[in-house]
Design a protein around this ligand. Sequence first.
Ligand code: SF4
Ligand code: SF4
Length: 153
Amino acid sequence: MVLKPIALGIKYLLRKPYTRMFPIKTREYVTRQTRARHILYMDRCVGCRACQLACPADAIKMYRIEGDYPKNRPKIFPGIDYSRCTYCGLCVEACPVNALVMTNYTMQHLITEDKSTTLYTPEMLAKPPEGEYVITLSKDTWTPPPPPPPRKK
Ligand code: SF4
Ligand code: SF4
């Protein structure tokens, strides 16, 4: 029993380190579950700020935008600072009207030290990414995890 984990530890000690040399040698690792760039549907957003309140990284700020948005009486919409975003998806889950979704479109250009380029305003989020992507998290795709199995007595 005790020897098995020790043998496993030795096996991994002898292996070469597994580090993806991104972006120098390898492409980013993207799957159909990867959470990356958001899309904001401004016509659905009601300006409730639930996404901002749910964000644990303080990445979301609300912006006032004039325009014909009858569902959004306060006329405020979220913008996301991707230098702070941890891609947790809590903002998507908090949105009551499915106005915010996440795609698997990663943004290599955001690997930068210039944080002035990592802020996405509501209008920028409203434009779908230019390139291939699938929606990986939305109220339509999210299903709550099953309840835990009953405890054995
Ligand atoms: S994905 Fe998480 S960290 Fe990023 S904006 Fe949404 S709530 Fe904030
Ligand atoms: S995106 Fe959703 S949660 Fe955020 S302000 Fe709009 S309606 Fe509310």
